[in-house]
Design a protein around this ligand. Structure first.
Ligand SMILES: NC(=O)c1ccc[n+]([C@@H]2O[C@H](COP(=O)([O-])OP(=O)(O)OC[C@H]3O[C@@H](n4cnc5c(N)ncnc54)[C@H](O)[C@@H]3O)[C@@H](O)[C@H]2O)c1
Length: 364
């Protein structure tokens, strides 16, 4: 049984607490928040759980094995590093840190101490994303040609982070999990409609060596809530509507075949295929419960989490690259590659050098 303490009982913290309290393998041991009033609410619901406004008490408690950090992003690095230095396994909310340098330091500290570091990219543990991952890994989609996501609503305007850190971060992690490839370059345009606030709307394009292209439309300023993704493969295509109560994922046996046979050059070179549509059965368990069990298993059996610190770091690198591009009105920014990222070797390499027509064509 892993004793876990949660720091931060604001909007997201209560979801962690509720799930950890019921997750086999985890024992909810303590909760810390700077706001004593929030802790009173906790005491009513979980009388046996220790509460404190002083985070240091969790660190000093030798019975606590792991800490979950669910505080604002600006505090993640200091609180996360203190937890690791106190020898605690770490669950940290997305995005992992404000800068990639901070994320790298957390990864190195956890590795040096042999501690488990999980970044809460919750979508990866949903039945929908796990199932789409299986379908892609089995090769049913063929080559992934594109990923198109719309993630908009009349959202809560954040003071400290842009809509990229708040919403696009979900697609960055889903793409990382599904494609197993880090983008070569990113171009982003965005705007803050209200002076002195971070960008509330952004359009982001990601370019991959393997010729996949991804486009993300994220906004806190839309009249309706949409969470819709289309993934186009060379064999089949998928739609994923996260707001659908059932049949969130649909697989379409639709596509085109393209001939380059010189004998048919005068003919129609594109053939269209329209077959069946099916909706695969998805695991209904709440993602945070699946993730909590996975965290406990990783600690007990010294496994690497599916959403480990390195994935968290890659996501923060993408946020930085996209924010950089957004500041330069959509200029293409080349994404830093981690030389120790063994997954890069799997993807066929294509050169995206600055100024190549291939690159310009993708941007236009
Ligand atoms: N995984 C997801 O899908 C998901 C969804 C929403 C939010 N989040 C993440 O969760 C984190 C928290 O977001 P939120 O919306 O709950 O924020 P919030 O502002 O609602 O809550 C943060 C809480 O942390 C407390 N806090 C701050 N510093 C503290 C400290 N040093 N010690 C103890 N408590 C402290 C605050 O008092 C507050 O109650 C963010 O990183 C956010 O990105 C993740």
């Amino acid at each position: 049984m892993i004793n876990i303490g949660v720091v931060g009982y604001g909007y997201w913290g209560p979801n962690l607490v509720r799930n950890f309290a019921e997750t086999p393998g985890l024992n909810l041991a303590a909760i810390s928040d700077l706001d004593a009033k929030k802790l009173e609410v906790v005491k009513k619901r979980f009388p046996a759980v220790k509460t404190t406004t002083r985070y240091e008490e969790l660190l000093a408690d030798p019975s606590i094995d792991a800490i979950a950090v669910a505080t604002p992003v600006s505090t993640h690095f200091a609180l996360g590093m203190a937890a690791l230095k106190a020898g605690k396994h770490l669950w940290i909310e997305k995005p992992m840190t404000e800068t990639s340098d901070q994320a790298r330091q957390l990864v190195e500290e956890a590795e040096k101490r042999g501690l488990v570091l999980l970044v809460d990219h919750t979508f990866i543990y949903t039945g929908a994303v796990l199932r789409i991952g299986e379908i892609i890994k089995k090769g049913e989609l063929g080559n992934v040609l594109y990923y198109d996501s719309t993630r908009i609503n009349l959202g809560l305007f954040q003071r400290d982070v842009s809509v990229i850190s708040d919403l696009a971060v979900h697609d960055f992690s889903i793409l990382d999990y599904l494609l197993g490839e880090h983008p070569a370059a990113v171009s982003a345009s965005g705007i803050n409609h209200f002076p002195g606030t971070p960008e509330n709307l952004a359009y982001i394009t990601l370019f991959y060596d393997s010729k996949t292209i991804a486009h993300l439309n994220v906004s806190w300023l839309a009249p309706v809530k949409i969470r819709h993704i289309v993934i186009g493969g060379s064999k089949k295509m998928i739609t994923y509507d996260d707001l659908e109560p059932s049949e969130k994922v649909k697989v379409y046996d639709k596509g085109i075949s393209f001939t380059e046979d010189p004998a048919q050059i005068q003919e129609m070179r594109v053939g269209y295929r329209t077959g069946d549509m099916w909706a695969p059965k998805l695991i209904g368990t709440e993602a945070l419960r699946v993730e909590g069990e996975h965290f406990a298993d990783c600690i007990a059996n010294r496994k690497t989490p599916m959403t480990d610190g390195r994935l968290g770091l890659r996501v923060v690198e993408l946020i930085e690259a996209a924010s950089h591009s957004m500041a330069a009105k959509g200029e293409v920014v080349y994404v830093r590659r981690d030389p120790s990222d063994r997954r890069q070797a799997k993807a066929p390499r294509r050169q995206f050098d600055k100024g190549t027509t291939e690159h310009t064509a993708s941007k236009s």
